[in-house]
Structures are given as structure tokens and as C-alpha cells.
Design a binder for this molecule. Structure first.
Ligand SMILES: *[C@@H]1O[C@H](CO)[C@@H](O)[C@H](O)[C@H]1NC(C)=O
Ligand SMILES: *[C@@H]1O[C@H](CO)[C@@H](O)[C@H](O)[C@H]1NC(C)=O
Ligand SMILES: *[C@@H]1O[C@H](CO)[C@@H](O)[C@H](O)[C@H]1NC(C)=O
Ligand SMILES: *[C@@H]1O[C@H](CO)[C@@H](O)[C@H](O)[C@H]1NC(C)=O
Length: 283
């Protein structure tokens, strides 16, 4: 990503110069001075030992933006490998095509639990993946707070497909940093439980909250954990009952499993893939 807005340049070298200037000269023994120099050099060479604050992280990322060049060859190779392993164009979501009635599938986040696709779940699947993969110019927006004060909103909204993670707030106070468009929003069942009482009581708060996502697909890992299935189905029925503009897509557990393996073979071992990393694959 190229830097958005005016990044306030502030290298760690500059910060250290300020630090040195602020401290009055003191008469320390030579040994102590040498030790100070060693410690400062150490901190300079291995800055990881100093916990950066959020602002510094954002600035770091923005600075990388100028140096980072997209390697077209590498991107093509990577896309090819990923298509060979995971076939996102066909397996991204549960569809009538890849999940016929009576098919037995395994939950990808459980140890040995399967389910069979019956009439009622089958009828919730679209015929095929409703958008064309790979996507042309796509933005994946995480919700880790790193975009705060980044001014990236306009650049994000320029993408023709914007994916967002875990039902993030999109109210006007954030528009400048995160944009306002979205085409696909992921939602974990755990968020439905924490923020919307699992949709067991009034669903108005939920329906109102979803309006900011306009005509997005709501992408839910409904078949990763057994406990996630019912809340995901409730999201589907809630939105379709009120005639909402959003459409629920269920993640295909076979797809989630194969991309988990794909990243693992590249040395990324997370128990569950972070949503952002996972979506990066799709684009
Ligand atoms: C781009 O990626 C290819 C394949 O990974 C690599 O061989 C090549 O050296 C890279 N080019 C640059 C400029 O980094
Ligand atoms: C599945 O649904 C179709 C149409 O809704 C119905 O005709 C059929 O009898 C159902 N099959 C089962 C096994 O319930
Ligand atoms: C909402 O969707 C409509 C129709 O797809 C589009 O014209 C409009 O620009 C969208 N609004 C936002 C804020 O994304
Ligand atoms: C659905 O979208 C249309 C046009 O984008 C808008 O006029 C309408 O109010 C939306 N419906 C709901 C329930 O939000």
C-alpha cells in the first residue's frame, strides 16, 4: 500500500537526537558513558525491545509504503500457487454447486465433527460464488486500529471491492481513516454472541447496525465450530426476514482448511487464521 495522507516523518534516529538533546550533560565516569552508548546503540539496532506505540507503528507502515514495490512476477506465482491449492473462485463460500444436498462435510475448527447438508441449509446457498474471483482492485481493511489517524479512507474507497473484517464501525467519525464503502464484511459468530445477544432477543439493534454495510455480503464461518452454526443461520434469517440489503454467505470449511494448510506450509502457524490474512488470499 502506498502512504495515504501526509505521513509525519519521524525516524527513530530523530527521536534519539531529541532524547540526547533533552538530557543535560553530566559528568559520568568513562565506564558508565561507554555503557550508555552501548545501551543506546543496542536500542537503536534492536528497537524491538522497546515497545512502540500505535502511532509509531502506523508511521512505520507508512514509511514502508514508499519503499515497497509490488513484484508482479512474485504476485503472479503466488496467485497461481494459491489457486492450485485452494480454488477460491469455486470454494470460497458454500454454494449449491460445491455443496449439494446430502453431502457430508467436516467442521474445520472442530476435532472430528461432521454435518450433512439438508434441505433447509441447502436452500440458503447461492447457486455459485456471487462475484468474480480474482478481484480487480481490492482493499482488505482489518480492524486492528492501525488505520487510526492514517487518512487512508479515500484510497480505500477507490478500490472496486472493499472487504472488511468483523463488523467494524463505519460511522462518519471514522470515514476519513477507514472509508465508507464495503462489499464484503466478515462476521464471526462470537461477535454475534458478544454484541447482539446471539440474536435471541430483539434483533433491531443488529439490523440497524448492518445498514452501514449497504449491499455487502456478510461472510460467516458458519461451519467452523458447531456452536457457530445456529447464530450464523439466525443472521441469515434475520436479514432476509427484514428485507435487508445485505446477503449472507457461509464460508466453506473445506476452503478454510486448505488455506490454513497453505499458510502453514509457508511458515505461518496460527491456531485460527486471522481474518485479514485469510482475506488477503482471496484477492
Ligand atoms: C520478483 O519475484 C521473483 C520470483 O519470486 C524473483 O525471482 C525476483 O528476483 C523478484 N524481483 C524483484 C525485483 O524483487
Ligand atoms: C426438500 O425441499 C423440496 C422443495 O422445497 C421438497 O420438495 C422436498 O420434499 C424436500 N426434501 C426433503 C427430504 O425434505
Ligand atoms: C451503497 O450502494 C449503492 C448501490 O450499490 C451505491 O450506489 C452507493 O454508492 C453505496 N453507498 C456507499 C456508502 O457505499
Ligand atoms: C437498501 O438500499 C436502497 C438503495 O441503496 C435504500 O434505498 C434502502 O433504504 C435500503 N434498504 C434498507 C432496508 O436498508
Amino acid at each position: 500500500m502506498s502512504p495515504c495522507g501526509q505521513a509525519r516523518r519521524h525516524t527513530s534516529r530523530g527521536a534519539m537526537a531529541v532524547l540526547a538533546w533533552k538530557f543535560p550533560r553530566t559528568r559520568l565516569p568513562v565506564g558508565a558513558s561507554a555503557l550508555c552508548v552501548v545501551v543506546l546503540c543496542w536500542l537503536y539496532i534492536f528497537p524491538v525491545y522497546r515497545l512502540p506505540n500505535e502511532k509509531e507503528i502506523v508511521q512505520g507502515v507508512l514509511q514502508q509504503g514508499t519503499a515497497w514495490r509490488r513484484n508482479q512476477t512474485a504476485a503472479r506465482v503466488f496467485r497461481k500457487q494459491m489457486e492450485d491449492c485452494c480454488d477460491p473462485a469455486h470454494l470460497f463460500a458454500m454454494t449449491k454447486m460445491n455443496s449439494p444436498m446430502g453431502k457430508s462435510m467436516w467442521y474445520d475448527g472442530e476435532f472430528l465433527y461432521s454435518f450433512t447438508i439438508d434441505n433447509s441449509t441447502y436452500s440458503l446457498f447461492p447457486q455459485a460464488t456471487p462475484f468474480q474471483l480474482p478481484l480487480k482492485k481490492c482493499a482488505v481493511v482489518g480492524n486492528g486500529g492501525i488505520l487510526k489517524k492514517s487518512d487512508c479512507g479515500r484510497q480505500i474507497d477507490e478500490a472496486n471491492f472493499v472487504m472488511r473484517c468483523n463488523l467494524p464501525p463505519l460511522s462518519s467519525e471514522y470515514t476519513k481513516d477507514v472509508g465508507s464503502k464495503s462489499h464484503l464484511v466478515t462476521a464471526n459468530p462470537s461477535i454475534i454472541r458478544q454484541r447482539f445477544q446471539n440474536l435471541l432477543w430483539s434483533r433491531k439493534t443488529f439490523v440497524d447496525h448492518m445498514k452501514v454495510y449497504n449491499h455487502s455480503y456478510i461472510y460467516m464461518p458458519a461451519f467452523s465450530m458447531k456452536t457457530g452454526t445456529e447464530p450464523s443461520l439466525r443472521v441469515y434469517y434475520t436479514l432476509s426476514d427484514v428485507g435487508a440489503n445485505q446477503t449472507v454467505l457461509f464460508a466453506n470449511p473445506n476452503f478454510l482448511r486448505s488455506i490454513g494448510k497453505f499458510w502453514k506450509s509457508r511458515g505461518i502457524h496460527a491456531k485460527r487464521l486471522s481474518t485479514g490474512l485469510f482475506l488477503t488470499l482471496v484477492k
